[in-house]
Design a protein around this ligand. Structure first.
Ligand code: ATP
Ligand code: MG
Length: 655
C-alpha cells in the first residue's frame, strides 16, 4: 500500500482478489464472439465498427456521417432516419411473426404470452389511440405502471409516433411522480388501477390522481385494468385503456425519426441526490443497446430464453428488457412481482418453468438470495441457464462466487456489466466467450470504449491505484443532455477534467492485466489516517466472512484518524450476531485488507437503506453515523429501516 500525497488524491486499493475463471469450453464453442478481433477492429476504426453494426438496423434513410464529436456535445448517424418501434417489431413480424417476444408471468400466477405479431398488433392499436388523443412527435408522455405487458407496449407506441416517453418506476410515491411529470411537462399519463406486489395491490391510480392534481400539463390519464380494483375515474380526463384501443386498427405507419430525435427521458436512481432527467435519442441509442445486448449476452434469438429481472422503470429495463432484446428479436421473460412471493424460490420456479437460458440481475438481489440460503434455488432444476449477468452496484467477490456456484452450477460465465443511466448501454464488461473472469471485476471496456482512471490533477494513475473513472471517447448510446438543463450537463459531467472527458462519478482501479475494478462512488470515498479508502473494498472484506450477507460502510469524523469507519452489516439467515462475532468481523477485515480498514464500529442490522432500484444509500448511513438530519429520502425504498438503524447506531456509538 502506498502513501498518498494529499494533492493527488488517488484511492488506495487494498483488496486483492486472485481467483480467475476462464470461459467454460462448452460455452466458448457456441459463442458469438470467440476471439479478440472485435476489440481490434473497434480500436482501429471506431466509426467503421459502429457503421458496420448499424447495418443490422433498418433505416428509412441512410446516415451521412457516423459521428460528430464537438465536446461535450455529440451526434451519431447524422442525417439517418429510422423508427425504434419499427426496428423492434415490424422487421421481426416479416421474418418470424410467431416467435414469442415476452413470456409474462403475473405475481398471482396468471400468465400471458405475446408473439412478435401480437406485440406489433397491440403497439399499433395503442399508437393510433395516442394519435387520436392528440399526441404528436416530440410530445412527452409519462408512464407509471407495474411490470405488465402494457408497459413495453406503451413505450413502443410512443416511439412509433415519435412521442418521448418518460417512464416513472411504479414503486414511487405520488410526489416523485409529480416532480417527474412536471419536469418533463408531460401531456398524457398512462397508469393502471393497480399492480401486484407481495400479494398486495399497489394503488397506482390513487398515487397518479394525487400527483396529477399538481400537474396542469396532463390532459389525459389512460388507465390499464390490471387488478380489477374499483378506482375513481375523472370524467373528461381519465380513459380506460381497453375502451380506447377497442376502436383502433393495428395499422399505424411509424414516424420517420431523425437519428438524433429524442426517444425518451429517464430519471436516474437518485442514489447520490436529486435525480436528473437523462435524455436519450433514437439512432445511436438503439444501435448501442442492440449491439451490446447481442454480444454481451451472446444472444442466439432462435434458442435463448432471456430474462432480465430488473424493473422496466430503470434504465436496465429500458435498454435490456425493451429496446435491446426486441431489436434483436429475442424471447424474454417478464415477471410482475416480488422474488419472495409466495416463497423465496419464486424466481427459480420461473426460471425452471420457462427454461431460462440467460439471467441478468443486480447484486442486491444476489445478496438477498445469499442471505436466504442456497436451499431455495436447490429446489429447482436450473440446468437450462447458460449465462449470468449483474449490474447496478459493484459486486462483492463472495456474492459473485455464490452466483457462479449456487445459480450457475459453475457452468455459466458471469458478466459483471458496468454502466449508467447516462451511458445508455453497457461500457465495461466481459464478453462471455473470450474474457477471463475475475470475481468482483467488470474486466474490460466494450469494443471501442475508452475508459481511463485519473487522479485529482487529471493524470492517469498507476496500476492498482484507485482514482476517478472517466471516458475519453464517445459511444453511440450516450445521453445527449439533462432534459431542460444543458448547463448542468456540462457542469456535472464535462468540466472537472475538460470538455472532452466524461466524468462518471465512480471510482475504479485497473489491475496489472488492465482489468477494471469498480470501487463505488467517488462521493463515498473515506479518508482514514491520511488514506483514501473505498467503501466497496471494506464491504467486500466483510461479505467475505461466512456469516455476512451484505454490508454498507461509511465514515464519520474522528479526532485521531480524521475519519473512522462505521460498518452496517446484515447477517445470513440463522446466524446469531453477538459481541464475539462483531470482534471477529473487525479482525476479519484487518486480516483481509489491513488494520487501517478495520471498522471502528459495526452495527448489525436486519436490512440496509436502499433506493427503490435496490442500491445501498450510503449517504443516509453517513447521516446516521454522524448523528445528522437525513438528506433527501424521496428515492428511499425502506424508510422504516433507517429509524431502526439509527436506534441501533446510537447504542453502539455510545460505547
Ligand atoms: P444518481 O446518479 O441519481 O445518484 P444512480 O447513479 O444510482 O443514481 P443509475 O444510473 O441507475 O443511477 O446507476 C448507475 C451507477 O450504478 C453507476 O454510476 C455505478 O455507481 C453503479 N453501477 C452500475 N453497474 C455497476 C457495476 N457493474 N459495477 C459497479 N457499479 C455499478
Ligand atoms: Mg449516477
Amino acid at each position: 500500500m502506498s502513501a498518498v500525497s494529499e494533492k493527488v488524491l488517488t484511492i488506495d486499493a487494498l483488496l486483492e482478489e486472485h481467483r480467475v475463471i476462464h470461459p467454460p469450453a462448452a460455452f466458448r464453442a457456441g459463442a458469438l464472439v470467440k476471439d479478440d478481433r472485435v476489440y481490434e477492429e473497434a480500436d482501429r476504426d471506431l466509426e467503421g465498427f459502429w457503421a458496420r453494426e448499424a447495418e443490422r438496423l433498418d433505416w428509412f434513410r441512410r446516415w451521412r456521417r457516423v459521428c460528430k464529436w464537438d465536446p461535450p456535445w455529440v451526434k451519431w448517424f447524422l442525417g439517418g432516419r429510422l423508427n425504434a418501434a419499427h426496428n423492434c417489431l415490424d422487421r421481426h413480424v416479416a421474418t418470424h411473426p410467431d416467435r414469442v417476444a415476452y413470456f409474462w408471468e403475473g405475481e398471482p400466477g396468471d400468465t400471458r404470452r405475446l408473439t412478435y405479431r401480437e406485440l406489433h398488433h397491440e403497439v399499433g392499436r395503442f399508437a393510433n389511440a395516442l394519435r387520436r388523443l392528440g399526441v404528436r412527435r416530440g410530445d412527452r408522455v409519462a408512464i407509471y405502471l407495474g411490470m405488465v405487458p402494457e408497459l413495453p407496449v406503451a413505450m413502443l407506441a410512443c416511439a412509433r409516433i415519435g412521442a418521448v416517453h418518460s417512464v416513472v418506476f411504479g414503486g414511487f410515491a405520488a410526489d416523485a411522480l409529480r416532480d417527474r411529470i412536471d419536469d418533463a411537462d408531460a401531456e398524457v399519463l398512462i397508469t393502471a388501477d393497480g399492480s401486484w406486489r407481495r400479494g398486495k395491490v399497489v394503488p397506482l391510480k390513487a398515487s397518479a390522481d394525487e400527483a396529477v392534481k399538481a400537474c396542469p400539463s396532463i390532459r389525459t390519464v389512460v388507465v390499464v385494468r390490471r387488478t380489477g380494483e374499483k378506482v375513481p375515474m375523472t370524467p373528461g380526463r381519465d380513459l380506460w385503456y381497453d375502451d380506447l384501443v377497442k376502436a383502433e386498427t393495428s395499422d399505424c405507419p411509424p414516424e420517420e425519426m431523425d437519428a438524433e430525435d429524442p426517444l425518451y427521458i429517464l430519471y436516474t436512481s437518485g442514489t447520490t441526490g436529486k435525480p436528473k432527467g437523462i435524455l436519450h435519442t433514437t439512432g445511436g441509442y438503439l444501435l448501442g443497446v442492440s449491439t451490446t445486448h447481442r454480444l454481451i449476452f451472446d444472444i442466439h434469438p432462435e434458442q435463448d430464453i432471456y430474462w432480465c429481472a430488473a424493473d422496466i422503470g430503470w434504465v436496465t429495463g429500458h435498454s435490456y428488457i425493451v429496446y435491446g432484446p426486441l431489436a434483436n428479436g429475442t424471447t424474454s421473460i417478464l415477471y410482475e412481482g416480488a422474488p419472495d412471493y409466495p416463497d423465496k424460490d419464486r424466481w427459480w420456479s420461473i426460471a425452471e418453468k420457462y427454461q431460462a437460458t440467460i439471467l441478468y440481475t443486480a447484486p442486491t438481489a444476489i445478496r438477498a438470495f445469499m442471505k436466504w440460503g442456497p436451499e431455495y434455488p436447490a429446489r429447482h432444476d436450473l440446468s437450462s441457464l447458460r449465462l449470468l449477468g449483474t449490474v447496478g452496484e459493484p459486486i462483492n467477490p463472495e456474492a459473485w462466487m455464490w452466483y457462479w456456484k449456487a445459480i450457475g452450477g459453475e457452468r455459466c460465465p458471469v458478466v459483471d456489466t458496468w454502466w449508467q443511466t447516462e451511458t445508455g448501454m453497457i461500457l465495461i464488461t466481459p464478453l462471455p466467450g473470450v474474457t477471463r473472469l475475475k470475481p468482483g471485476s467488470a474486466t474490460r471496456p466494450f469494443p471501442g470504449v475508452q475508459p481511463d482512471i485519473l487522479d485529482e490533477n487529471g493524470n492517469q494513475v498507476a496500476p492498482n491505484q484507485g482514482g476517478y473513472l472517466v471516458l475519453r471517447r464517445p459511444w453511440p448510446a450516450q445521453f445527449r443532455t439533462i432534459y431542460g438543463s444543458p448547463e448542468r450537463y456540462v457542469e456535472q459531467y464535462f468540466s472537472k477534467f475538460g470538455k472532452g472527458i466524461y466524468l462518471t462519478g465512480d471510482g475504479a482501479k485497473r489491475d496489472d492485466h488492465g482489468d477494471f475494478w469498480l470501487l463505488g462512488r467517488i462521493d463515498d470515498v473515506m479518508n482514514v489516517a491520511g488514506h483514501r479508502l473505498s467503501t466497496y473494498e471494506v464491504e467486500s472484506a466483510l461479505v467475505d466472512h461466512p456469516a455476512v450477507a451484505e454490508s454498507a460502510v461509511v465514515s464519520r469524523p474522528d479526532p485521531d484518524a480524521g475519519e473512522a469507519i462505521v460498518a452496517f452489516v446484515t447477517l445470513k439467515a440463522g446466524v446469531n450476531g453477538d459481541e464475539t462475532l462483531i470482534a471477529e468481523l473487525r479482525e476479519h477485515v484487518a486480516k483481509k485488507i489491513g488494520k487501517l480498514a478495520r471498522p471502528h464500529a459495526i452495527v448489525l442490522s436486519a436490512d440496509l437503506p436502499k433506493t427503490r432500484s435496490g442500491k445501498i444509500m450510503r449517504r443516509l448511513l453517513r447521516d446516521v453515523a454522524r448523528g445528522r438530519a437525513l438528506g433527501d429520502v424521496t428515492t428511499l425504498a425502506n424508510a422504516e429501516v433507517v429509524e431502526e438503524i439509527r436506534a441501533l447506531a446510537r447504542t453502539r456509538h455510545e460505547e
